[in-house]
Design a protein around this ligand. Structure first.
Ligand code: 5GP
Ligand code: ZN
Length: 152
C-alpha cells in the first residue's frame, strides 16, 4: 500500500548502545549478577525475576541485539554452552524438562536489547500454560508457506 510505513523487523530496531546496555554492564562487572558459568564468548547467570526458580540466562559477551545480528563465529560454541548450562539447571532443580527460549523484538516480549537465551526448568505440575494454538482456514497455510519461501 502506497505510503504505508514498512514494519521494522526484529533485527532492525535501533540498537541499544553498549554503554546503555544493562547486560553489557553485567559483563563488565558494573552491575552484580549471580554468575553460573563463563568463558571467553558467553556468560550464564541467574535471571533476577525467574519464571520458575532456577531460570538462567545465557548471553554473548559481545553486544548484539537478537538472533539476527548474532555473531556467526560464535554460533556453534553457543549451542554447546547452552547445553552445558541447561543440563546443570535440570540436575540442580530436579526438573522434568526445560524451555529454551528467546524473545526477538519488543513485540515478542524482548525487554533487554542484548541477545539472551532463557533456560527455564519445567515440572509436570508447574502450572505454566503453553502458547495457545490457532487454526488455518483451508489453503491459508500454503499461502503463508509460499510468502515465507519468497523471502528465502
Ligand atoms: P526478555 O523479556 O528481554 O526476553 O528478558 C529479560 C530478562 O532479563 C527478564 O527475564 C528479566 O527478569 C531479566 N533481567 C532484567 N534485568 C536483569 C538484571 O539486572 N539482572 C538479572 N540477573 N536479570 C535481569
Ligand atoms: Zn549489551
Amino acid at each position: 500500500m502506497a505510503g504505508k510505513a514498512k514494519k521494522a523487523a526484529a533485527g532492525s530496531k535501533p540498537a541499544v548502545l553498549e554503554n546503555d546496555c544493562i547486560f553489557c554492564k553485567i559483563i563488565k562487572g558494573e552491575i552484580p549478577c549471580s554468575k553460573v558459568l563463563e568463558d571467553n564468548e558467553f556468560l550464564a547467570f541467574m535471571d533476577i525475576r525467574p519464571i520458575i526458580k532456577g531460570h538462567a540466562l545465557v548471553i554473548p559477551k559481545s553486544h548484539c541485539t537478537n538472533i539476527l545480528d548474532f555473531p556467526k563465529a560464535e554460533e556453534t560454541d553457543l549451542v554447546e554452552f547452552i547445553k552445558k548450562v541447561a543440563k546443570a539447571v535440570v540436575k540442580a532443580t530436579d526438573a522434568d524438562g526445560f524451555n529454551l527460549g528467546m524473545n526477538n523484538g519488543e513485540a515478542a516480549g524482548q525487554v533487554v536489547m542484548h541477545a539472551h537465551f532463557h533456560i527455564i526448568p519445567r515440572f509436570k505440575d508447574d502450572g505454566l500454560v503453553s502458547w495457545p494454538h490457532k487454526e488455518y482456514a483451508p489453503g491459508e497455510i500454503e499461502g503463508m508457506r509460499n510468502k515465507i519461501k519468497s523471502f528465502l
